[in-house]
Design a protein around this ligand. Structure first.
Ligand SMILES: C[S@@+](CC[C@H](N)C(=O)[O-])C[C@H]1O[C@@H](n2cnc3c(N)ncnc32)[C@H](O)[C@@H]1O
Length: 263
């Protein structure tokens, strides 16, 4: 696997190591991912599909989800009449949960345990819609992942994805103040201890990197949304030290949502 997101000094096996660390970490938290990153939500404290209507009429559509987690977005799409569903996720635990949810809600879905940087056998030129909610940014090789997504879509097919806004990721709380904690311009892999106490690797990327990579993979960008704070969002307490607090979200959108189409 090539990786244009790493520096020349990086060992060629590093992306594989990152994937292995992230897989272990996601397997550990698979039972507890019930946040605001599955449809109808696009992210914490931001407008969702009911407000934004980015997906249009789902009825009869073939949809592939990249980083499908426990399948809650697939269930939402099924309820809105999607004709065919396919989901891919790095974590076997997440896919296991997605299978259980599909059984419980009575829908069929082709599910793959695989990294998005590879195609595990997903049909080419077949899908009307590709979605990825708070997942595409986990890619260790963004260009390869987007090229695969483009190859799954039919001409005229649409990609909608959301991710934490890259500026929001640089903000940190200091008492009641928000400070820029790191340079927005520094891109590349960041290894840290995750919320579950095991190591993870995320890639810092500027918004322009996402946009330019989407364009380089042949998409036409239709809409970029830096959502306003969605006031009716509840369930997250409002205090500054919490990562997704209302204080922070008032100051800076938590989430960027990008809609693009394949010509
Ligand atoms: C924040 S969760 C969001 C998933 C889904 N939208 C939800 O809310 O359940 C990110 C998901 O991306 C998956 N993931 C991380 N890196 C991945 C990769 N390289 N390829 C495929 N999936 C990946 C994780 O296993 C996890 O299920």
């Amino acid at each position: 696997m090539a990786d244009d997101d790493t520096t020349d000094d990086d060992d060629a096996s590093e992306p594989k190591r990152y994937l292995a660390l992230n897989r272990t970490s996601w397997d550990k938290v698979a039972h507890s991912t019930k946040g605001r990153t599955a449809l109808p939500h696009y992210g914490p404290l931001c407008e969702g599909e009911e407000e934004l209507g980015l997906l249009g009429d789902i009825r009869g559509k073939r949809v592939v989800e990249i980083g499908c987690g426990d399948g809650r977005s697939l269930a939402y799409l099924h309820e809105r009449g999607a004709a065919e569903l396919c989901g891919l996720d790095l974590s076997s635990e997440q896919i296991c949960n997605a299978r259980a949810l599909a059984r419980e809600r009575g829908f069929g879905a082709e599910l793959h345990t695989a990294p998005m940087e590879e195609n595990p056998g997903i049909a080419l030129g077949h899908y009307d819609l590709a979605i990825s909610l708070y997942a595409l940014g986990w890619s260790v090789y963004l260009e390869a992942s987007l090229q695969h997504i483009a190859s799954y879509l039919r001409p005229g097919g649409v990609l909608v994805f959301s991710w934490e806004h890259p500026v929001f990721s640089c903000l940190k709380s200091r008492g009641k103040e928000l400070i820029l904690d790191k340079s927005y311009s520094d891109e590349g892999p960041i290894e840290s201890m995750s919320w579950n106490g095991s190591p993870i690797v995320m890639h810092a990327r500027k918004l322009s990197t996402f946009l330019n990579t989407i364009i380089a993979c042949g998409f036409r960008i239709e809409q970029v949304i830096e959502s306003d704070l969605h006031e009716s969002e509840s369930g997250l307490r409002d205090y500054p030290r919490r990562w997704y607090s209302k204080d922070r979200a008032k100051f800076m959108p938590t989430t960027v949502i990008i809609k693009a189409s394949k010509p």
